[in-house]
Design a protein around this ligand. Structure first.
Ligand SMILES: [Mn+2]
Length: 273
């Protein structure tokens, strides 16, 4: 149960707008907060449940509300309603809406860039390269039409020379230091950054420091299995690493402190809508 300090409180509930999960509510939630004043220590908001179902834009509403909750964890409160429930969502449409919108997400995935180039010198790709990788083609293709880009998304570096089929992954290839050298030279690049593989220290160089693997999820296999890291590149393009390891206690404490979630008191009501 959330206990609010003595402050100006604005309370919203879905029924104010008629059908919950409607497009107008997405705009309403945002613009009302703007009109009424953004949350602050002296202005709290309680959204009193039934954020989803019935309308067609429940997911968008939820995203808006969650965003406000993340930005103003102390001033915005979301009480659970009877529609924040799996069985109710199956019956009243939210579950179906999420599945339909997944198709939209799939399209968004297809439009994401396959590579990022920093200062024309550092190439960032998810998996790796192959002996047929062509950056000029990558620049020209219509992203949503290419389907799988196996080499870029799936490949891993190997210590041996050459380019072999990546049998472990079932996609992409293993590429050797010669393949890396060739592409760096061809496009006048300094080095290549990729991810895709868990590394003990969160990062690892290979191919004579021309390929850098960055893996940011600590404890990937189990608690203590590996550190996570991210890399910072300044104008000199010299990589600086930040390593970390999330611990379960620290994670719980941080989340609780950061979110300030009210304790959920669940008591089913007979005369709910
Ligand atoms: Mn991957």
């Amino acid at each position: 149960m959330a206990t609010l300090p003595d402050c100006q409180l604005s309370l919203f509930s879905a029924f104010v707008y008629g059908r919950h999960g409607e497009a107008s509510l997405v705009i309403s939630a945002g613009s009302l907060l703007l009109q009424n004043g953004l949350p602050s220590p002296s202005k709290s908001y309680v959204f009193n449940g039934d954020f989803v179902d019935r309308g067609k834009q429940s997911l968008e509403i939820l995203i808006v509300l969650f965003t406000f909750l993340l930005i103003y964890p102390k001033e915005v409160h979301l009480n659970r309603g009877n529609h924040e429930d799996h069985m109710v969502n199956l019956r009243y449409g939210f579950a179906k809406e999420v599945m339909q919108k997944y198709k939209m997400v799939q399209n968004v995935f297809c439009w994401l860039p396959l590579a990022t180039l920093i200062d024309q010198k550092v190439l960032i790709i998810h998996g790796g390269i192959s002996d047929t990788t062509d950056l000029d083609m990558l620049q020209k293709i219509q992203r949503n039409k290419v389907g799988w880009m196996w080499d870029i998304l799936w490949s891993d570096p190997m210590p041996q020379e050459g380019c072999r089929v990546n049998t472990v992954r079932g996609g992409g290839c293993y590429f050797g230091p010669d393949v890396t050298d060739k592409i760096l030279e061809k496009y006048n690049l300094q080095f290549l950054i990729r991810s895709h593989e868990c590394k003990q220290e969160g990062y690892e160089f290979c191919h004579n420091r021309k390929v850098l693997t960055i893996f940011s999820a600590s404890n990937y296999y189990e608690i203590g299995s590996n550190r996570g890291a991210y890399v910072k590149l300044g104008p000199d393009l010299v990589p600086h690493f930040v390593q970390y390891q999330a611990s379960k206690t620290a994670h719980t404490l941080t989340m609780t402190q950061r979110q300030g979630f009210p304790i959920a008191l669940y008591s089913p009501s007979q005369n709910s809508k």
